[in-house]
Design a protein around this ligand. Structure first.
Ligand code: 5AD
Ligand code: FES
Length: 349
């Protein structure tokens, strides 16, 4: 096993068979060794810096019906909300005053926000904060739409692939959605020139070790700039409400493997990881993570963006989150970094 870990550390790749073997057979001591190597790798490119991104959850309307997600369209128990341009700009101002230089606009796939509206939001933010980065996370769109957002000034796009196995994908999503469409979106985003984030949930229903190995190799092939990995957490209004969630250990293992496969990637210690364990995010950082995404959404809408149950930080003002997360980063032995934090290999076309 150590030889396999050393090989991964040295070559930043393994075969599918080797990855399966590693995931299935790694023991506690070997995990520690793997995490050490992942941490070393992250240090080589990013030292002990943790990049901050202010997250604005601007709509919880969604036309999709993903089986795992709390804001799926058929969930009648969520109170839906949309933020106005003014409210979004207000979040940015709060974030900017806290030092953030990336704003992540995340939402369901909400037809209310036409391309023109999204472009208007991007331009308004860029006009006020020309040196800040804008990240979009608003789902699957056409090539033309993505291109419009990029030309308006958006820099990055998060679209988790969720699972790289077509059959597993169909067990998590209704038939209108497919892995191949998802994959095409990700390649379109890359071609247009975005810094692209993919990623997946760990411990989602029906997931196998074979699926996880495939997810990791899909990431290796796509070579995204960012990778979001978090545990699946059941949500009470979904058909997966009684399923078991992903574990801290399994998620940490996937973060460490991802760091070794993609040494220069930006990898967040996700809110979902902090939700299943009070020190989850700190452990995520120690296993190779280097980004945190504190919440900037107005507190009165936070509970409504309930992708999964018991989400943390829903009662905290942006400034409290900022302080809390800084304390956590420092306690874990890392340092808050307030520059834009672009991927080392990215230049705007
Ligand atoms: N548990 C964990 N993560 C979830 N997401 C959606 N629903 C859940 C859940 N129940 C994740 C998906 C999506 C991201 C925005 O949130 O991976 O891409
Ligand atoms: Fe939000 Fe700790 S990061 S309260």
């Amino acid at each position: 096993m150590r030889e396999l870990i050393d090989k991964l550390y040295k070559n930043n790749t393994l075969t599918e068979e080797e990855l399966r073997y590693l995931i299935k057979n790694i023991d506690e001591e070997e995990k520690k060794y793997l995490i050490e190597k992942a941490n070393e790798t992250r240090h080589r490119y990013y030292s002990n810096k943790v990049f901050m991104r202010g997250l604005i959850e601007f709509t919880n309307y969604c036309k999709n019906d993903c089986y795992y997600c709390g804001i799926r369209r058929s969930n009648k128990n969520v109170e839906r909300y949309r933020l106005s341009l003014e409210e979004i700009l207000n979040c940015c101002e709060i974030g900017y005053n806290l030092g953030y230089k990336t704003f992540v606009l995340q939402g369901g796939e909400d037809g209310y926000y036409t391309d023109d509206k999204i472009v208007e939001i991007i331009k308004a933010i860029k006009e006020k904060y020309p040196h800040c980065a804008i990240t979009l996370s608003i789902g699957e769109k056409s090539y033309e739409s993505y291109k419009k957002y990029f030309e308006a000034g958006a820099d990055r796009y998060l679209l988790r692939h969720e699972t790289a196995d077509e059959i597993h994908y169909s067990k998590l999503h209704p038939k209108e959605l497919s892995f191949s469409e998802r994959e095409e979106c990700l390649y379109n985003l890359k071609e247009i020139g975005f810094q692209v984030g993919a990623g997946f949930m760990v411990g989602s229903p029906y997931q196998t070790v074979e699926n996880l190995a495939k997810d990791l190799l899909f990431l290796k092939k796509l070579d995204p700039h960012m990778v979001g990995i978090g545990p699946f957490i059941p949500q009470k209004d979904t058909k997966f409400k009684d399923e078991t969630g992903g574990t801290l250990e399994a998620t940490i293992l996937m973060i460490a493997l991802t760091r070794l496969l993609l040494p220069k990637a930006l990898i967040p210690a996700t809110t979902a990881l902090g939700t299943i364990n009070p020190l989850g995010r700190e452990k995520g950082l120690r296993a190779g993570g280097n980004v945190v995404m504190p919440n900037l959404s107005p507190t009165n809408v936070r509970e409504k963006y309930s992708l999964y149950d018991n989400k943390i930080c829903t009662g905290d003002e942006a400034a409290e989150c900022r302080k809390c997360i800084e304390g956590r980063i420092n306690n874990a032995g890392f340092e808050v970094e307030l520059s834009r934090g672009d991927n080392l290999e990215w230049r705007r076309k």
